[in-house]
Ligand binder design. Structure first.
Ligand SMILES: Cc1cc2nc3c(=O)[nH]c(=O)nc-3n(C[C@H](O)[C@H](O)[C@H](O)COP(=O)(O)OP(=O)(O)OC[C@H]3O[C@@H](n4cnc5c(N)ncnc54)[C@H](O)[C@@H]3O)c2cc1C
Length: 390
């Protein structure tokens, strides 16, 4: 029976010392002031090129990152697969948006799509659109397309070329490709491109996946439009659901610029919207594939229940549960143990390039109500259980 409190299964992949280190880490980052200090210190260190690897590698990096390169991640990939958990490699370098940085990210993302080809341990490939262009261009192309200068129009077309090159490569390699979602002000342009790519590449099965941030109150109407479009044009829509990671920034931007808040009014409204989306896709599974990225236990129980109630095989490859490496192992490993499809997002990049991602994880584990408390409780329970079992 599926039970996210089963810590023996949850941490079966962790040695005693890994378990102790994880406990120590979560115990440290539960203090907001420590995370705030680390965040400021790391920004300064990055600016002055102060070496940080010695402090970050054995701690945050070890918990949340697969390695520096695709090759480095092989050990983690194989280790996870031993527990029926697949990997989604996420090149998480958040470098400067210079032409050289963009070109390097483009090439690395292509390598990651090639790396996933024919490899059953890898469930999907993924990319963040803002890493292959600039934030300013994405925002203007979404909000004021008609005001793009000829130079900006050219830049946008170059961005579109890179975006579609990923989709084409994924299609040629028969690899599913997720388009991550970021700020709402980028999203109209990204929805447009993702819809176009799904129509082109998802004829036989879902290759391209759109990410819907269900903290946005306009996402259910968008999902319904996707279903109508998929039926009309004859394709399988790939849908990744998340709640959304940029709530504070979205609310602040809306207030500062005087437009309506795009986010649901409160947490229960976001939860209801998220679960409604999951139900909707499950009720129309002939036209969808589903990737559900969440650490919320209730949503994970819900999807598991819907799969069983509908008599769908637990290993039906159209449906995947997903969590981030180093978080919510109680969900991932218990689902995988019960035979559901599970993937971990495994970020990889050099320490200094992945630092912004790591700081976000630390901040999230400080700020998301209950998340660190739950991780700590689970780790402590398992440490105690192992002590008793000796
Ligand atoms: C595999 C994976 C991939 C991800 N990819 C993306 C991505 O591409 N883009 C992205 O934006 N995020 C992404 N995320 C992060 C995700 O959006 C959430 O921020 C994070 O997972 C926490 O939400 P939850 O569903 O796990 O858990 P919960 O703890 O149940 O939910 C927390 C979330 O609820 C929402 N929320 C909290 N308080 C309120 C409030 N007062 N009003 C309204 N809503 C509220 C926020 O979205 C918050 O992040 C990803 C997460 C995972 C696990």
């Amino acid at each position: 029976m599926l039970d996210f409190n089963n810590t023996e299964i949850a941490f079966s992949a962790k040695s005693q010392s890994e378990l102790r280190n994880a406990y120590l880490l979560f115990n440290t980052i539960k203090h907001p002031w420590i995370v705030r200090c680390a965040s400021v210190a790391s920004r300064v260190a990055l600016k002055i090129h102060f070496p940080l690897a010695w402090a970050v590698k054995p701690t945050l990096y070890k918990q949340f990152v697969g390695g520096e390169t695709l090759e480095d991640c092989k050990k983690s990939i194989e280790h996870l697969r031993r527990f029926n958990v697949r990997t989604t490699l996420d090149y998480s370098a958040e470098g400067e948006q210079t032409p050289e940085g963009i070109q390097a990210t483009f090439e690395e993302t292509i390598r990651s799509i090639d790396f996933a080809k024919g490899n059953d341990n890898l469930a999907y490939a993924v990319f963040k659109p803002s890493t292959i262009t600039t934030d300013e261009l994405l925002a203007k192309a979404s909000e004021k397309r008609e005001e793009l200068t000829p130079e900006e129009t050219k830049e946008f077309l170059e961005f579109k070329k890179r975006f579609m090159a990923f989709c084409q490569r994924a299609h040629d390699n028969d690899v599913r490709l997720i388009v991550d979602a970021e700020d709402c002000c980028f999203q109209d342009a990204l929805d447009e491109l993702t819809d176009e790519a799904m129509r082109k590449y998802n004829k036989r099965r879902a290759i391209v996946f759109a990410t819907l941030q269900m903290y946005r109150h306009d996402r259910m109407p968008y999902l319904r439009r996707i279903l109508d479009d998929a039926k009309e044009k004859g394709y399988v829509a790939g849908i990744k659901f998340v709640r959304g990671a940029y709530m504070e920034a979205e609310r602040a931007r809306a207030a500062a610029m005087g437009y309506p808040d795009p986010i649901c009014k409160d947490k229960p409204a976001t939860d209801a919207n998220f679960n409604e989306g999951v139900r909707f896709v499950m009720d129309n599974l002939d036209h969808f594939e589903l990737f559900m990225g969440t650490h919320n236990e209730e949503s994970n129980y819900l999807l598991a229940k819907l799969i069983d109630e509908k008599g769908i095989a637990r290993n039906d490859t159209r449906i995947f549960f997903a969590q981030l490496l180093g978080m919510s192992d109680n969900i991932s490993f218990n689902l995988a143990h019960e035979g559901y499809n599970v993937t971990k997002y495994v970020p990889y990049a050099r320490v200094r390039d992945v630092l912004p991602y790591l700081i976000r994880r630390a901040e999230e584990n400080t700020s998301v109500a209950g998340q660190t408390g739950r991780e700590l409780r689970m780790l402590k329970t398992e440490l105690d259980r192992r002590k008793r079992a000796k």
